[in-house]
Write a protein that binds this ligand. Structure first.
Ligand code: NAD
Length: 271
């Protein structure tokens, strides 16, 4: 089903400020989330990977009437220091964090996980896709004196095997565990930490996975709703978790995948 639902404007995020990490282009999940947060009155600081993405990201940010953009490479401590310092300098404190970042090398995302996972590839996938969330959560919590909410993005490959997903599945399992530990550490400060497990969606990241298109097709055909995962649903879940509607939810992984995760055996052929 085409994702032609336009979320109504509202005030669920009015008065809330936060950081969205991981917009690369108009298909990025981070961008879908940012649009819904903005439509509900949020003020957003956007971090993007590096100067060569600025050309793509700036028009998007400006299209929703915002301009706070900061380069941040999550593998570089100096870059992360500067990014969070600039948010602190401008706003003093924040209310939410969206982490929508992952990376694994193309050579790792194919064939056998056992054969194709190098030590360096493993280290890089874990650093960018997992440690960066832990690091960002710590930095964000330092500027959340009044509590707040954080989310990261995961995928079913953390729980079950998925062809080609390989080391990224291992990283997502670690990310989901990190979500629970961060939720434990920060819960007493009134900070709720949760993850969204989205179905396969057509983004730059999916294009890096061999057979990514088929992953989308299978996700749709086997799903309970028999439809693609819709960005509006993923973003709506983010809005729910990051707004006051999400009170009392912490350490949770919510599947937004048209019900794909719930299927054990797909429909059987007629006998
Ligand atoms: P995307 O390519 O649009 O976003 C990935 C982002 O990670 C990009 O903005 C990229 O710049 C950023 N990134 C990578 N390395 C970085 C670094 N060193 N420093 C800073 N940023 C860096 O793709 P997406 O699908 O929107 O991915 C966002 C998140 O959603 C990822 O965690 C991904 O694993 C997850 N996810 C995606 C799907 C899907 O099917 N697309 C499904 C479930 C979960």
């Amino acid at each position: 089903m085409a994702d032609d639902w336009t979320p109504p404007e509202g005030t669920l995020m009015k008065g809330k400020r936060g950081i969205v990490m991981g917009v690369a282009n108009q298909n990025s999940i981070a961008w879908g989330i940012a649009q819904q947060l903005a439509a509900q009155g949020a003020e957003i600081a956007f971090t993007y990977q590096g100067e060569n993405l600025e050309r793509r990201v700036r028009p998007l940010v400006e299209s929703i009437g915002m301009d706070f953009m900061i380069p941040a490479d999550v593998t570089d401590d100096a870059s992360m220091d500067a990014a969070f310092a600039s948010v602190k300098e401008k706003w003093g404190k924040i209310d939410f964090l969206v982490h929508s970042i992952a990376f694994a090398g193309k050579d790792e995302l194919v064939g056998s996980m056992v054969e194709n996972t190098s030590r360096e590839g493993f280290r890089r996938a874990m650093d960018i896709s997992v440690y960066s969330f832990i690091d960002s959560a710590r930095r964000a919590a330092e500027i959340m004196p009044d509590g707040g909410a954080m989310i990261c993005m995961t995928y079913l490959g953390a729980e079950r095997t998925v062809p080609s997903y390989n080391v990224m599945g291992v990283a997502k399992a670690a990310l989901e565990a990190s979500t629970r530990y961060a939720a434990r550490d920060l819960g007493t400060q009134g900070i709720r930490v949760n993850a969204i497990s989205a179905g396969a969606m057509r983004t730059l990241s999916l294009a890096g996975i061999r057979g990514g298109k088929s992953l989308m097709g299978t996700g749709r055909d086997w799903s309970l709703l028999k439809e693609d995962t819709r960005m509006s649903g993923v973003a709506g879940c983010a809005l729910y978790l990051l707004s006051d509607l999400g009170h009392s939810i912490a350490g949770e992984v919510i599947h937004v995948d048209a019900g794909f995760h719930a299927v054990g055996v797909p429909e059987l052929p007629e006998e």
